[in-house]
Design a protein around this ligand. Sequence first.
Ligand code: FES
Length: 117
Amino acid sequence: MTVDIAGTYRTVCDLDEIWEGEVVEFEVDGHDILIVHQIGGEVMALQALCPHQDISLAEGSFENGVLTCRAHLWQFDSRSGAGLNPDDCRLALYPVRVEAGKVLVSVEGVTPFRVGA
Ligand code: FES
């Protein structure tokens, strides 16, 4: 089944507000979104709050494509959202695109992951 999400994208920021290798948190329609600007230019949008205890991952570290939460050092792959340590959790990925230098995200139908929820 194909879900047409055209028209649900929201402008989040200008791409040049976020350097390559940097992550920044934004709020989009009630969702806490982490925009990741990968080294090499790719842009990802993931849930910003750690699925363990809702700590912002923007407060942690981002190195070699790995997001590390500052609270208890859980780690996530910033491209897939997969949990690396532990590996039985994940971050929700949001559809994202870059147009005319703007970062756009859709939160339609995406539910952030939370341990125990
Ligand atoms: S709140 Fe992120 S690892 Fe515990």
